[in-house]
Structure formats: C-alpha cells, structure tokens
Design a binder for this molecule. Structure first.
Ligand code: TYC
Length: 102
C-alpha cells in the first residue's frame, strides 16, 4: 500500500535472526540440615545429571556454600526453582534453590 499517499512506499526490513534468549543460572544453596543424598537425588531428578555429576555438584555446594545446577531460559529456570522448592518442602528439608541472570 501507499500509507503516505501517492508517491510514497513502505519499506519492510527483515531482521537477521541473531537474537539469543537471556539465560539464567539455577543455583542451590548449602544448609546444615538437608541430607547429602537428598541433594544428590534432587540434582539427578530435576537437572538430568548422572549420579557422579550430581555428587560433584552437591559436594561443591557443601564446601563453597552455593553452586550451579544448570543454565536455562527464564521459563525453564523458573520451573526448575519451583519444582526443587516444592519437592524440598514436601520432604521437610530447608534446601534453597534460586535463579540469577547470567
Ligand atoms: N551441608 C549438608 C549436610 O552436611 C549437605 C548439603 C549439600 C545441603 C548441598 C544442601 O545444597 C546443599 N548434610
């Protein structure tokens, strides 16, 4: 069409599809009460790690206070945090899980 009247034209540019989504780290926090094997189970179950990788992450958190379980888009990261927090509460453990923008 000619929205500006006769002698005008609309130029439609296509944007190169180079936009990456914002990514978020999902982290778990150490505490004094959650059993180590429960944390390993959580990491296996919700972050698709094998037993060895999950144990490494758990021990890192145990010694350093915080550690990364995975990096996801916003919606997936938010779902992981909710799943972990709900599962920990259901089992009456104080395990905390958070997300942060990368
Ligand atoms: N510090 C806990 C213990 O000694 C184990 C633990 C590890 C808890 C990692 C939480 O995110 C955590 N039982």
């Amino acid at each position: 069409g000619e929205p500006g009247g006769p002698g005008t034209a609309v130029i439609t540019k296509t944007k190169p599809q180079t936009k990456r989504p914002n990514m978020y780290r999902v982290l778990i926090l150490n505490d004094d009460y959650t059993p180590m094997e429960f944390v390993v189970h959580v990491i296996e179950r919700f972050f698709s790690k094998d037993h060895e990788a999950a144990t490494r992450i758990m021990l890192h958190v145990h010694h350093h206070g915080i550690g990364e379980c995975g990096i996801y888009t916003y919606e997936v990261a938010e779902t992981k945090v909710t799943q972990v927090m709900d599962f920990a509460r259901k089992h009456q453990h104080p395990l905390q899980c958070v997300m942060e923008k990368k």
